[in-house]
Ligand binder design. Structure first.
Ligand SMILES: [Zn+2]
Length: 292
């Protein structure tokens, strides 16, 4: 995945459309592209901060400068990966704003394994959790929560009713497909959440990483096709030879940056778990094979 040429607009407030501005955090990596993008929705009379990002002093200072004394009415998180929500608490402390949005992750274990792991922000403590369709509004803007589980079980997108834009978090991004890592990540949920967006008529997506998406339905249709193609590829490879995830990944992700293979392995596992639930594949230990 090639990155755009530097300099990147880290720490600057970029106005994208009348109600939407963006501030890039200094946390670029193979998983975050140029970094997490925090969005400010609204204006001088009151705004919402979406995905405040990592709790790094320079990013918090950049957000405060971008906010510029405007009342912060809500701090909203799409999900609780550590590159999205840790700045919520310090920003709430500085602005007095409530933390509103996704649920905290349920930490019960699944099959003896913890459901949440290191990438999750276990300190996230929202003042109000939004269910699908619930809204937060301010002067001239309304954000509607869209339940979009899959990348994580608690993922929400936020639709800006006044402009047809959707803040898509990590659910749909232009630069990369989303990592779906079991046990919290769920491929069947992810596919259903892609269908949720595909059924809408949105004008523009602003993802938490990477550039704005100007043809959102076309991208979502492509992603649905891409996942179905990955699934067919897995079934075809297992039809030839039963194998472990580690054997499938090099065959499926040839030409992709090897630093991303562990994440790709998570998505392959998510496909296998989904195929197993549907009775199409089965496993013996770590080795997966066609059922029947
Ligand atoms: Zn994430």
């Amino acid at each position: 995945m090639s990155l755009p040429p530097k300099p990147w607009p880290t720490g600057r407030c970029e106005q994208l459309e009348p109600l939407v501005a963006r501030v890039l955090a200094p946390n670029a990596s193979p998983f975050t592209y140029t970094g997490t993008q925090t969005y400010l929705v609204g204006g001088r009379e009151g705004l919402a901060v979406i995905d405040p990002g990592p709790a790094e002093a320079v990013h918090l200072a950049a957000l405060e400068a971008a906010i510029g004394g405007a009342p912060v009415l809500a701090i909203m998180c799409t999900h609780t990966h550590r590159d999205h929500s840790p700045a919520a608490a310090p920003l709430a402390e500085r602005t007095g704003a409530p933390v509103v949005g996704c649920a905290p992750l349920v930490l019960e274990s699944v099959d003896g394994f913890p459901r949440a792991d290191a990438p999750f922000d276990s300190d996230y403590a929202p003042d109000r959790v939004l269910a699908d369709g619930e809204q937060v509004s301010g002067p001239g803007w309304t954000l509607t929560a869209l339940a979009t589980p899959g990348h994580t079980s608690n993922h929400l997108c936020f639709a800006l009713e006044e402009s047809g834009a959707v803040l898509t978090g990590d659910h749909v991004m232009g630069w990369s497909t989303s990592v779906v890592a079991p046990p919290d990540g769920d491929m069947a949920d992810y596919m259903a959440s892609l269908e949720t967006l595909y059924a809408r008529e949105d004008r523009m997506y602003y993802p938490a990483h990477g550039p704005a998406v100007e043809r959102p339905r076309q991208l979502v249709r492509g992603m649905i096709g891409h996942r179905r193609q990955r699934e067919r590829q897995i079934v075809k490879l297992l039809g030839r030879d039963p194998g472990a995830v580690e054997a499938l990944v090099p065959q499926m992700y040839r030409g992709v940056d090897e630093r991303l293979w562990p994440a790709a392995a998570q998505s392959v596992l998510a496909h296998l778990v989904d195929l197993e639930r549907r009775g199409l594949v089965t496993r013996s230990g770590d080795v997966w094979m066609i059922a029947g």
